[in-house]
Ligand binder design. Sequence first.
Ligand SMILES: NC(=O)c1ccc[n+]([C@@H]2O[C@H](COP(=O)([O-])OP(=O)(O)OC[C@H]3O[C@@H](n4cnc5c(N)ncnc54)[C@H](OP(=O)(O)O)[C@@H]3O)[C@@H](O)[C@H]2O)c1
Length: 517
Amino acid sequence: MRVFGRNDTMRKPANCVLVIFGASGDLTHRKLMPALYNLYRRELMPDQFAVVGTGRTKLSDDDFRANMARAVNAHSDADCALVDRFLESVFYQPVDTKAPDDFHSLKERLTSIDETWNTEGNYLYYLSTPPSLFTNIVENLGSCGLQVEDDATGWSRLIVEKPFGTDLASARTLNRDLQRVFKESQIYRIDHYLGKETVQNLLVFRFGNGIFEPLWNRNYIDRIEVTAAESIGVGSRGGYYDQAGALRDMVQNHLLQVVGMIAMEPPSSFEADAVRNETLKVFDSIRPLDADEVAAHVVRGQYTAAKVAGEQLPGYRDEEKVSAESKTETYAAVKLHIDNWRWGGVPFYIRSGKRLPTRVTEAVIHFKQAPHHLFGQPSERCVEDNQLVLRIQPDEGILVKFNMKLPGSGFQTQAVNMDFHYSDLSNVYVPEAYERLLLDCMLGDATLYARGDAVEACWEFVQPILDAWKSNPTIKVFGYPGGTWGPREAAALYNRPGDDWRYPCKNLTDDGEYCEL
Ligand SMILES: NC(=O)c1ccc[n+]([C@@H]2O[C@H](COP(=O)([O-])OP(=O)(O)OC[C@H]3O[C@@H](n4cnc5c(N)ncnc54)[C@H](OP(=O)(O)O)[C@@H]3O)[C@@H](O)[C@H]2O)c1
């Protein structure tokens, strides 16, 4: 089993300096620095490297190292001596992104570090600040010539965190702003879902096996479901979330990227642009929704107060920093069609929600029933659909459901499972998404990063939904009790009797209110 996909021997990147904007923030503490340390531990960092954190806060190198030591110890399996050695290559430079002079000081510091550490003029800039600062940072990098790359000076790459725009217009503007300074080939838009092993494994599963691809089309597949469920509510992120909602936060990026991987045609090679050309074609083929179709194709909901496992949990509107009249959706379910030769007539159902009964992300491929029902009437559904469940998180793996005869007289059938769990592979380290993605960027491989045109294509599908919600007050927001699988109305997206979402577990409560908000 090739757990690391195409590259399990993994090359070491060329020497470089990584510059993190927003290094005192939550993402750097929880994800970026632990991921860099893990790459170091696995001997996958360049032979010569330096990490330079920046932010407005005035910190010395030693203060920053002490903070990063705490972060690495808290969020990875750290070895103290190794952490100390790793931190010898970590530095801090105060930069207020709104102060152009700070970028000149940054350039001087980077030049000095480059000379001392022999990093060959290669720079990776990571934008982990509030998105409102992205344009500003990039313009300042450009003014100092820090974006230049050529054979003489070395390479220069830019990783951009999500969210990439808040609507179609802002995503287009951000693309243009970045592309005024950096070439598209230098820009790496992160979608950490694409860094997950099981999402990458979708490509190996589809294109590395002979048995599944012949079935992977409208002739054999009835419908496809993609679910990203979270059991937690918005917690302390209410201020951000109330401006975003589930459609922007999850559907526009992560879930559509997964749809792209499931639905794409085989690429001609595994080069970044060959793969990304194919996912772009999928996004371009998604049938747009007219304003008057939105209510029938999209269900939005918001969790209400409920008692779950003996604990009284607040409704969304009672969460910290959330407006008491908020109409922001904490749940969105969308039915979409991909109008192309492979997928004509196959509906895709995608949903994401907060405060659902469990945390799970999975794609379910429902195969068509056998053409002739030998074992009962088709209307009775005594033979279940064959299903292929691709579990993305947690408990990553692949499950095939098929029917067996129950022992004894007659032909009673029962659905059984063939179940593969990544955790069954012994002695295999499954890297965190950020490890894989940071390594890929240092190696110059953009396959698992979103390209600018694809991001815009996803927004083009989502924008009419946002517009309809804004302009049409008759489109309802359905309340659902926390701990349930969301609004009951979501089941109505399936307009064929007997079809419904797959529910990986039961509702956790009978308490709380289903209502219209
Ligand atoms: N946290 C997550 O789990 C997560 C997940 C997905 C995406 N993201 C994205 O990642 C980015 C960072 O998120 P975060 O949660 O780490 O944010 P955060 O905790 O609020 O940190 C923001 C960082 O930006 C710096 N900053 C703010 N204004 C600045 C300015 N004018 N000049 C220079 N630095 C400035 C802050 O440092 P100073 O205060 O020292 O200036 C701080 O280091 C955001 O784009 C977010 O959407 C985060």
